[in-house]
Design a protein around this ligand. Structure first.
Ligand SMILES: [Zn+2]
Length: 499
């Protein structure tokens, strides 16, 4: 018997706005891997706060994590949590507030620095969300609009979060060889200048040239901790990640939001410039000086044959799901960039990708191992199921994969240590004094698993296979899995910061 697993990196934000019957349909695979608490609002990408003017931008950026049937009928962070509570939640949910929707509300979708009034509005909105129960603010520095924020903006927002006793979580600005360590340095600098707790989300090294950098990242964390920075981090147990296709394009092409991006794709000369930069650009630091600069050129770093289409809504393009962009180009008799760009126009900018070659690849995961062994890193899924397309297999298998594949089969780390990094470590990050441990006075969030048989069964080809060896899952004392049988009910609570 172990404490229930706490997933610090969920993107189920919109799944939980649906009625319980839909949560049951979408989240069974997560419950069946032993997850009893999810932290939402990650990577600067979130659905709250929402206003009439920001709604369409937020909807498009969130398209890749949005299941069918979402009604977008909330406004403030408080109203979002109230909505979840009124509806009932399958497991416990806590949430960060994402920087993206805050920035859209304060200054729209444009690139560049906020003016003084805009920065004040941004800080006030961040502080308000933390006071309404957010555990902190997340930044997504490779996505629009977070990629337009410079370090000064991040420091101001982090101060606002810290004033409400929240922490700041980072999808770092670049994880390829070019800017990996500068980007880690930036999040540490924000923690130092803002006196805020820092969480480094899904530590990863993107592209073969960066793979050897994992120990350097861990060393940076350790040095920061010695300097008195409160820093934690997490890692996913795979060498592939899932995200929006928009992350492939140069930041300047997303200035003004997704609608402006699509306009640029329709303009042959602007499109040609995007193509050339994606083929040739070398990321630089800092990225906000000068035009057209960015911090991570994923397509060039990983290659079109390592990027797969995971999901699109359009019926005509469904046939390309599971194919690499290189293969889609071949079937459409187009160059990969042109094929992808046409596809994005057809899909109004909403498409999901799986990127292979993150901290290793199919042939070797050795570069990932130092991260899996690093005692300060929590395990997370960073995978979601919206009932469409092909999810990342972590949506059904992340935690059992650690326990089965990496603990039992590979002996990369010990069982107790692995469980600690799924339970008490993330509970401490969230300040959940009564969860993440099995002891008197704690809530009965529990997982009963068999260490001899626990295993992930989901694969990239067949991602919806439930995990094996998880016999019982209890949330707040209620059995969601009993004798391997799923018993859906609204067992979860909404966990507000400091409540
Ligand atoms: Zn992320």
């Amino acid at each position: 018997m172990a404490p229930g697993f706490i997933d610090l990196h969920s993107h189920s934000d919109l799944c939980f706005t649906l009625p319980l019957r839909d949560q049951v349909r979408l989240l069974e695979g997560r419950v069946r891997q032993g997850i009893t608490t999810e932290l939402l609002g990650n990577c600067g990408i979130g659905c709250v706060p929402l206003s009439q003017t920001t709604r369409s931008d937020v909807e498009r950026v969130c398209g890749f994590i949005t299941p069918d049937g979402v009604d977008w009928s909330w406004g403030s962070f408080a109203s979002y949590l109230e909505r979840l509570e009124a509806q009932g939640v399958l497991v416990n949910v806590a949430s960060l507030v994402a920087h993206g929707p805050l920035r859209l509300m304060a200054m729209g979708a444009r690139a560049g620095r906020p003016g003084a009034d805009e920065q004040r509005a941004l800080d006030r909105l961040a502080r308000q969300a933390v006071e309404e129960g957010a555990h902190g603010v997340s930044f997504g520095l490779i996505y629009p609009p977070g990629q337009f924020a410079d370090t000064g903006e991040l420091v101001a927002v982090a101060k606002a979060a810290a004033a409400g006793s929240g922490f700041v979580a980072f999808h770092q600005r670049g994880s390829s060889r070019d800017t990996l360590l500068q980007a880690v340095g930036e999040l540490i600098e924000v923690g130092r200048r803002a006196r805020a707790g820092v969480h480094h989300s899904h530590v990863e090294t993107v592209g073969r040239r960066a793979w050897s950098g994992a120990p350097e990242v861990v060393a940076s964390h350790e040095a920061a901790a010695r300097d008195g920075i409160e820093i934690t981090a997490d890692v996913i147990p795979y060498t592939a990640v899932c995200t929006t296709m928009l992350a492939l394009y140069p930041p300047w092409s997303l200035d003004g939001g997704v609608a402006s991006f699509l306009e640029r794709l329709r303009d042959p000369s602007v499109r040609a410039r995007m193509k050339q930069e994606m083929a040739e650009s070398s990321p630089v630091w800092p990225p906000w000086e000068g035009e057209g600069r960015w911090t991570m050129n994923i397509a060039r770093e990983c290659g079109w044959d390592h990027i797969r289409l995971a999901h699109v809504d359009g019926v005509r393009n469904k046939v390309y799901e599971q194919q690499t962009i290189a293969a889609i180009g071949r079937s459409r008799s187009q160059d990969p960039f042109e094929a992808l760009s046409d596809l994005l126009l057809e899909e109004s900018g909403v498409a999901t990708q799986l990127i292979f070659g993150i901290s290793g690849d199919e042939a070797t995961d050795e570069p990932l191992v130092p991260l899996l062994q690093s005692p300060g890193l929590a395990f997370v899924s960073d995978a979601w199921e919206i009932g469409k397309g092909f999810p990342h297999p972590g949506a059904c298998g992340a935690f059992p994969r650690v326990l089965g594949h990496y603990v039992r089969e590979r002996k990369v780390l010990g069982l107790e240590e692995a469980v600690r990094r799924m339970t008490s470590l993330p509970a401490d990050r969230l300040g959940l004094a009564d969860r993440g441990r099995v002891r008197a006075g704690c809530r009965a969030d529990l997982v009963l698993f068999d260490p001899r048989t626990v295993a992930d069964r989901s694969t990239f080809a067949d991602p919806r296979r439930f995990a094996a060896g998880i016999d019982e899952v209890l949330v707040n004392g209620r059995r969601l899995v009993a004798g391997r049988e799923f018993r859906p009910q609204a067992a979860g609570r909404v966990l507000r910061r400091g409540a």
